[in-house]
Ligand binder design. Sequence first.
Ligand SMILES: NC(=O)c1ccc[n+]([C@@H]2O[C@H](COP(=O)([O-])OP(=O)(O)OC[C@H]3O[C@@H](n4cnc5c(N)ncnc54)[C@H](OP(=O)(O)O)[C@@H]3O)[C@@H](O)[C@H]2O)c1
Length: 322
Amino acid sequence: MKTGPSSASGKTANILIVGGSGQVGTALARHKWPVQCTVHTPSRHTLCVTNEAAIDRIFKEGEWDCVVNCAAYTEVEAAESGDPEVALVNTTGPGLLATATAKNGTPFIHLSTDYVFDGTASEPYRSCDPVRPLNTYGVSKAAGEDLVRRANPRHVILRTSWVVSPFRKNFIKTVLNLAQHRDHLQVVDDQTSRLTSAIDLAAALQVICMRLIEDPHCPVGTYHFANAGPATWHEVAVATMQGAARRNARAVPVEATSTRSRQTRARRPPYSVLCTAGLSRDFGIAPRPWQPALEEILDVLLPPGPKDTLPLPGNGRRAPLT
Ligand SMILES: NC(=O)c1ccc[n+]([C@@H]2O[C@H](COP(=O)([O-])OP(=O)(O)OC[C@H]3O[C@@H](n4cnc5c(N)ncnc54)[C@H](OP(=O)(O)O)[C@@H]3O)[C@@H](O)[C@H]2O)c1
């Protein structure tokens, strides 16, 4: 196994972030890393997770002290179309990366989802609870987790839920965007989970990454990270509109509606609150409540100044309101 750097030894550490252009990947790449760390974020064009030759090449070209896989097919609705990319990106890809990292003695961090659970629980899901995904995305992510566990014993699978950020496409940006064009919004109030700021998730990923590099006895396995406190999508949308109003941006009323009325193709768990106690116990990570995390994101999306046009960057695509 490669010996990792430590601040004491002064050795450098090469961190490979796969999927570095996504919400979580962007937050992780932008996170302040210790000076001895160099973070690499090859594009999908350079490192497609379904391309074994490209993965081999990246390990021939560089020595990696930790690999973090933020790449995924995350379009939950589109995943129901039968597109083979879903399984390739969410199952085959993580398996290939886990195999390559194991061969090179490199610890591997892989992100997964609350959608591996079916939502029938009445208390927060622990990482050891049995999975039973309800939709194609969840099935592909659960299968990806299995391949990672089998291929590389030095893995951390970090499940998260309802990720939002100033980057890319996500629920908060969709709510702010729709509020520009509508006089009210309708949002479901019968799905409950934990909102996750990609910025806070990135901080947690960095802690895990550094521990894996510096400590050969670092705990491994499956963990959960999400901001503290359960919420429904309706509650998150209301808080977003309240935050917009406080920043003198346009805010509209948010009506509660039911999942059934949305007629989505993908079934979603009505309850997917993740228990994060394992991460606190083994890594000392205590997620803050979701409300201040949301405020921090709104500060970026709605900076002070004229609000004629909202600064909602990204690719212009809108995520459907869940
Ligand atoms: N978003 C959520 O609400 C949520 C909830 C629970 C769990 N998660 C998990 O968190 C992780 C990160 O999600 P995210 O929200 O950051 O996703 P995201 O914003 O959709 O980003 C996905 C990333 O994967 C890359 N990618 C897609 N196919 C690829 C391929 N074949 N090879 C290499 N890269 C590829 C994308 O590259 P391009 O920029 O080229 O498209 C992008 O960088 C995923 O594992 C996801 O399952 C997300």
